[in-house]
Each structure stands twice: as structure tokens, then as C-alpha cells.
Design a protein. Structure first.
Ligand code: URA
Length: 244
């Protein structure tokens, strides 16, 4: 049995979890779509534990917050702005975007980058996983347009590489050369276009970039464009940042 959640007014609850606006909640209640502990809800101002509420007969979706892992395909951007083209948000349930706050990506991947992208409505998780202080490891599979020199390994590991237009060196990064033009790179920070800029600083253009891991999260069998929910209760260390 899950621990109770703080009670919310039903109009807040329905809009917080993305079902309808606060204004529309009265109609939802009148239509009998919402029950509390099995009884039809009466007033939008009544408070209830989200775990005791059913909407259209189903429990409230992800009452403790959404955390999902998306296999980002190439060709979509990590932006809410539709002018920037197809977006990763088009691949997610519309109700997640109506939640308040809506879901967002944990950091961003470039349009042509594929792989692990975390999606959440828990701001504390975004802060934790994008903070340079936290040093969450990320692994990238990289293909470049020129043969890789072994000297790149100690260079990236040294923590002395300064990228163009920056003055702070990149933190040490682990490079494993897998083939003449393929490598695996582990970073603990996430600067703008960091992988591409690190290789560009050494005269190589990245032609394919895939993130195979973010912290403890890997794709498993997820196909490009598919997502799966991660139970927030089950992830070690997450409890400390939930409900702050
Ligand atoms: N580094 C990049 O250059 N691009 C990405 O999408 C992620 C990391």
C-alpha cells in the first residue's frame, strides 16, 4: 500500500495531472467522471488524496510525478516551440503536456542525436541531473569523419581541453576508441554541443551521435520513438528529491 499524498482540491488535482482545466472540473464532476474513495465527487473545492481518486474509473496517472525514458529518434528537437520542427514532445501522451508543470526533457540532445532522453515533470530531478555539481555520467557512441588518434584518450582525460569561446576546461572525460572512426565517450557534464565541439577541436566532425546511457538509465529494448515509464518510487536516491 503506497503512502498517502497531500490532499489537493479536486479542481487543482484535475488540472495538476492534466485531465482538464480548473474551470472545466465542475463539468467533469457533474458528469460523474470523478470518484473519491468510491463515491462520486461533489464539489471542485473538496480536497482528496490523489491516491483515493478515480477519473473515468482509472487511478490518477503517475500521482507522484512522471519519469520516463524516451529513445529519441533522429530528426526531432527537444523544444516546445513548434516552429523548430518535429519535437520529442509529439511522441509523448498529450496529457503529460497538460500537467502543471508539464513534462520537460532532462537536458537536451541535438536534432540528429539519438538515444536515451529522460522526461519528467519533477523539477527537482531536472535540477539534480543537469547540475554540473552532480556529475551524472553520460555515455555517447560516436562516429567521426577521420581516423581517431590514440593521443585523444589522454587529452580528453586530462581535464585541460578548452573549447572554442570558453575559458573553463572540460572536466576529464573517458574516451575508448572502438574502431578507426568510432569511439565511446563518457562525460560527467553537458555543455552545449559538447561532444561535437570536443571532437571538432581535434579536427574531426561527428557524423553520428547516440547516447547509450544517462546515469543508471539505458534503453534496454526500446525502439526509436518509444518510451517507457520509470517508477519513481523504485529509483534509489530519488526519494530525497521528490516532494521537496
Ligand atoms: N553533445 C553534442 O554535441 N550533442 C548532443 O546532442 C549531446 C551531447
Amino acid at each position: 500500500m503506497s503512502a498517502a499524498l497531500p490532499p489537493l482540491r479536486l479542481d487543482h488535482l484535475l488540472s495538476h495531472y492534466g485531465y482538464c482545466s480548473r474551470r472545466e472540473s465542475r463539468d467533469w464532476l457533474r458528469a460523474g467522471r470523478v470518484t473519491v474513495n468510491g463515491a462520486p465527487a461533489k464539489s471542485p473545492s473538496d480536497k482528496a488524496d490523489p491516491l483515493a481518486v478515480l477519473v473515468d474509473g482509472a487511478p490518477v496517472e503517475c500521482p507522484r510525478g512522471i519519469l520516463a525514458l524516451l529513445h529519441k529518434p533522429a530528426g526531432c528537437v527537444c523544444s516546445h516551440d513548434s516552429r523548430e520542427g518535429p519535437s520529442v514532445y509529439d511522441l509523448l501522451p498529450a496529457q503529460w503536456l497538460r500537467r502543471n508543470p508539464p513534462v520537460t526533457t532532462v537536458g537536451r540532445l541535438d536534432k540528429d542525436t539519438t538515444g536515451v532522453l529522460l522526461i519528467t515533470d519533477l523539477g527537482a530531478l531536472v535540477q539534480r541531473w543537469t547540475s554540473p555539481k552532480h556529475k551524472e555520467p553520460k555515455i555517447y557512441e560516436v562516429t567521426v569523419d577521420a581516423d581517431l588518434r590514440p593521443e585523444l584518450i589522454p587529452l580528453f582525460a586530462a581535464g585541460t581541453l578548452v573549447l572554442e569561446d570558453e575559458d573553463k576546461p572540460c572536466l576529464p572525460a573517458k574516451l575508448e576508441i572502438l574502431g578507426p572512426r568510432t569511439a565511446r565517450l563518457e562525460l560527467v557534464e553537458g555543455r552545449y554541443h559538447q561532444v561535437k565541439r570536443m571532437f571538432a577541436s581535434q579536427g574531426c566532425t561527428v557524423t553520428r551521435l547516440h547516447r547509450s546511457r544517462f546515469g543508471e538509465f539505458e534503453l534496454g529494448g526500446l525502439a526509436p520513438g518509444q518510451w517507457r515509464l520509470v517508477p519513481v518510487e523504485g529509483v534509489p536516491h530519488l526519494e530525497s528529491v521528490l516532494h521537496q
